[in-house]
Design a protein around this ligand. Structure first.
Ligand SMILES: Nc1ncnc2c1ncn2[C@@H]1O[C@H](COP(=O)(O)OP(=O)(O)OP(=O)(O)O)[C@@H](O)[C@H]1O
Ligand SMILES: [Mg+2]
Length: 522
């Protein structure tokens, strides 16, 4: 007998009342994440994030019911929830529960569709969703950071599932190959303190997004790796890339024509990447910013900054500085710059300052702890009767890890022989260090390549600058001889256009002088 309008009014009122009553007693709140989004072909990204995040939770393995799947070409299996199963998660001290729902769509007009890999329209006959349950009291505090945490975790998981790249530049383009370098922090021989320092620094950097932004800095870090050849600089770069799961951009500065090209290349690097410039002192004349900026105009009115064999390159030091810590450094986030060199003293202080090269890492000759790592990796031995002798020899003598590796590798079938070979190499190195002096010969014809020493020789003999710890032995307006005390070759060669600087090791400097005079005459 009640008219429908009145009934409807009471119905809704009653419903609202019951709802309020029910909510007042319900401690939990629920949220839903559906796979499909109306009007979007690409579906709900948050659904995919949740799906990936939940499959990574360790607790999923402990569930009574789980789905196991493996895609073609994948080596690992993934776990997921079957319909109506619930999994618990903890975040910021609170518990939350996720349940997976899957319903058959009865009405075909409700079928959403997606495009398959052949570009065909496929219909979803199921509607899938996750529901999230948490305490009402926790909602305001945790919901935003929790969802953000899921997004970050799923991005990281997606990234770790995709193949990393090693890219190198060809003028404006990056060419990519798969990065499969096996070097890791376990395989690389470094002193334990140094290893710990680097790993800690990398981990802090990786989790430092909020911190970097809060202090107003671009989220990037610079490392300078320096030291003699064969001490593991390139291997360390690969280990860093493997540790962080980043791509490597190996920037070949000598094939970059100018700063515009450099800008174009660097702005097209992806985030989570390491930008490497190997042997930076050889890539370009980066020793002096003021000298570069005042470079002499060439025929087409441009300033030619390159030297020696790289005359075509017009990348300037300031162009590079701008990217490493300047206005352009904020283009692209989460990037690490790594420069390597065998001669740190040749680099401009502007390049070395904190903010550009934040950490200067010296990779030097093999120390005993580093040797033990190599011996464990290559020979599988952790202790040996010869170890104390090797340790003692290493305090007085220098061999590079590359030399040690070679000896261990070629004698891996017999530990005793391998260790004896290493001892012999140490012995040889210590004897030759006592007897020889290394000299560098710089020819006047190579005035472009070795500007500091050579142009001084050519133009003003009294102005010759030699690197610290080196000694000028001889200068005659055509060539200069500089001795620096540690040698790595016992050949004697006279420099020419193809070999602009040549080092030789001589037992008797007097004999060298006589030889030079003879060469001068001929
Ligand atoms: N610290 C190290 N730990 C393990 N292996 C090393 C180490 N240093 C060198 N090696 C071995 O020696 C070889 C040469 O090392 P790497 O190319 O990393 O040296 P580098 O310092 O980059 O030399 P260069 O200055 O000539 O480029 C590598 O194949 C690697 O196996
Ligand atoms: Mg190298």
């Amino acid at each position: 007998f009640i008219p429908p309008q009145v009934r409807r009014f009471f119905d809704t009122q009653l419903e609202t009342c019951f709802e309020r009553l029910f909510r007042a007693f319900n401690r939990y709140t629920h949220m839903e994440v559906h796979e499909d989004v109306q009007g979007s072909f690409r579906g709900n990204q948050m659904y995919r994030d949740v799906e990936m995040y939940l499959s990574s939770l360790e607790r999923i393995n402990e569930s009574d019911f789980v789905r196991i799947q493996r895609c073609e070409e994948e080596t690992s299996v993934t776990f997921s929830l079957p319909p109506e199963e619930t999994i618990e998660d903890n975040f910021m001290g609170s518990r939350v529960w996720w349940t997976y729902h899957c319903q058959q769509n009865q009405d075909s007009s409700q079928h959403s569709f997606f495009w398959d890999h052949r570009g065909r329209r496929e219909y979803n006959k199921e509607s899938r969703s996750f529901s999230l349950k948490m305490l009402r009291a926790d909602k305001e505090r945790i919901i935003k950071p929790y969802l953000q945490h899921i997004i970050c975790a799923s991005k990281e998981l997606e990234r770790s599932n995709t193949q990393r790249k090693l890219c190198t530049n060809d003028k404006y383009e990056w060419d990519e190959v798969e990065l499969n370098h096996p070097s890791t922090f376990d395989s690389i021989a470094l002193s334990p303190d140094l290893k710990e320092l680097i790993v800690r620094d990398l981990d802090e950097f990786k989790c430092g997004e909020t911190y970097y932004h809060s202090v107003g800095r671009a989220w990037k870090r610079g490392y300078l790796l320096y030291g003699p050849p064969g001490t593991g600089k390139s291997s360390l770069i690969a280990a860093i890339a493997n540790h962080l799961n980043y791509d490597i951009y190996d920037l070949e500065l000598t094939s970059v024509a100018d700063n515009t090209q450099l800008k174009s290349l660097l702005t097209r690097t992806r985030r989570k990447s390491i930008i490497v410039i190997e042997d930076i002192d050889c890539s370009l004349d980066l020793s002096n910013r003021s000298k570069n900026e005042e470079g002499s105009p060439n025929a087409d009115g441009n300033v030619n900054m390159g030297v020696g064999e790289h005359k075509n390159s017009r990348v300037t030091l300031s162009g590079l500085l701008n990217f490493t810590d300047g206005l352009w450094s904020c283009c692209g986030e989460e990037r690490i710059f790594i420069f390597t060199t065998n001669h740190k003293e040749r680099l401009d202080p502007a390049l070395l300052r904190s903010g550009r090269m934040d950490l200067h890492i010296l990779l030097s000759y093999c120390t005993f702890p580093a040797f033990k790592v190599l011996a464990a990796n290559y020979l599988g031995v952790h202790e040996h009767a010869l170890y104390p002798t090797v340790e003692k020899a290493m305090q007085h003598s220098k061999v590079t890890p590359a030399e040690v590796v070679e000896l261990l590798l070629t004698n891996k079938s017999c530990v005793q022989v391998a260790l004896e070979r290493v001892m012999a190499a140490l012995d040889e190195a210590s004897r030759s260090r006592k007897n020889y002096t290394q000299v560098g010969i710089f020819s006047a014809s190579d005035v472009d390549s070795y500007t500091d020493v050579v142009s001084a020789v050519k133009f003003n003999l009294s102005d010759i600058k030699v690197p610290a710890s080196s000694e000028l032995e001889h200068a005659d307006g055509k060539s200069a001889v500089v001795a620096n005390g540690h040698g790595n070759t016992n050949r004697f060669e006279v420099s020419n256009g193809d070999a602009p600087n040549t080092y030789c090791r001589m037992k008797k400097p007097k004999k060298l002088r006589r030889l030079l005079m003879k060469l001068g005459r001929s």
